[in-house]
Design a protein around this ligand. Structure first.
Ligand code: F6P
Length: 323
């Protein structure tokens, strides 16, 4: 193996650049060449590929987004698309790849391995929704962004005695909502997989008022990528009381920004490990961190598993915010 290709695919996530840097630098220090592939699988098919020099990656560790750009490219599910990608790999002499992205990206990684190009997947998504890893690259930064925003919203909530329903990202996964809810001491978390009773939440907010807390924060998971989850929740809440309430959809602000130290270190560890696996001649594997140990699982195992958010956080929040 002489040349490793790197691409990012799906939604961008903070510290993807730290992961790219780690893969490229580890490859260079092992005497290999590293090639960046722009625009994910679309760029692979189009041959948008360039050689990395160590200096190219000097400034990347603290930058959000992905310097390799990203794209969603469902065409790579078809053999035709895959063969076009392989033509480009042959042209550039790339023998193995690291793909950084969400679960959709892992399908492409597995197909390339089946075609004889060992490929390792790194979990790059703010959603934290990948099985066999406790944390994904970008989750910690997105969570901290959400927490910082909710802390600010609390200032207005207090000043105006308002209830805010703050909608956080996560597609089908509730991780950002669960962690941000506990971290901000939310009055309630509304998330898929956890039954809630709007009337009960309304009663609690009213009891809080009597007890002297005249504002409220409800953290809402977008759930099934519903962009109106927070306003819809407030419509229901208002049926049970006279609340001065506002919905805030945090949206893509959670995807950007300087990665936290935790994300940078996670991305660095995972990127370097991916190259070690390729050097051992392995492919078709997804890197994860479990109990603080970086490890790899067959990508096929991931397809048969479902990510389980830490539901104990929901119970914890119920206990701590109970009135
Ligand atoms: O995969 C990350 C994510 O941010 C989800 O939480 C969200 O539902 C989705 O991407 C939005 O993606 P986009 O607007 O880029 O299609």
């Amino acid at each position: 193996m002489k040349r490793i290709g790197i691409l990012t695919s799906g939604g961008d996530a903070p510290a993807m650049n730290a992961a790219i840097r780690a893969v490229a630098r580890k490859a260079l220090s092992a005497g290999l060449e590293a090639y960046g592939i722009n625009y994910g699988f679309a760029g692979l098919v189009a041959g948008d590929i360039h050689k990395f020099a160590a200096a190219d990656l000097d400034d990347s560790i603290d930058e959000g987004g992905t310097l390799l750009y990203s794209a969603r490219y469902p065409e790579f599910a078809q053999v035709e698309g895959q063969l076009k990608g392989i033509e480009q790999l042959k042209k550039f002499g790339i023998d193995a790849l690291v793909v950084i992205g969400g679960d959709g990206s892992y399908h492409g990684a597995l197909r390339l391995t089946e075609h004889g190009y060992n490929t390792i997947g790194l979990p790059g998504t703010i959603d934290n929704d990948i099985p066999y890893t406790d944390f994904t690259i970008g989750f910690d930064t997105a969570l901290n962004t959400a927490v910082e925003a909710i802390d600010k919203i609390r200032d207005t909530a207090k000043s105006h005695q308002r209830v805010f329903a703050v909608q956080v990202m996560g597609r089908e996964a509730a991780d950002i909502a669960l962690w941000a809810g506990v971290a901000t001491g939310a009055d309630a978390i509304v998330a898929p997989g956890h039954d809630y009773d709007v009337k009960e939440i309304a009663e609690k907010l009213k009891r809080n008022r009597v007890d002297g807390k005249d504002y409220g924060i409800i953290v809402i998971a977008e759930g099934d990528a519903n962009s109106d989850a927070a306003p819809e929740f407030l419509e229901k809440l208002k049926q049970y009381g006279d609340f001065d309430a506002r919905a805030v959809v945090l949206g893509h602000v959670q995807r950007g920004g300087r990665p936290t130290a935790r994300d940078r270190v996670l991305a660095s560890k995972m990127g370097a490990y991916a190259v070690e696996l390729l050097l051992e001649g392995k492919g078709g594997l997804a890197v994860g961190i479990l109990d603080n140990k970086v490890q790899a699982h067959d990508i096929t195992d991931l397809f048969n598993a479902k990510h389980q958010p830490d539901s104990s956080l929901y119970e914890l929040n119920q206990d701590l915010s109970f009135k």
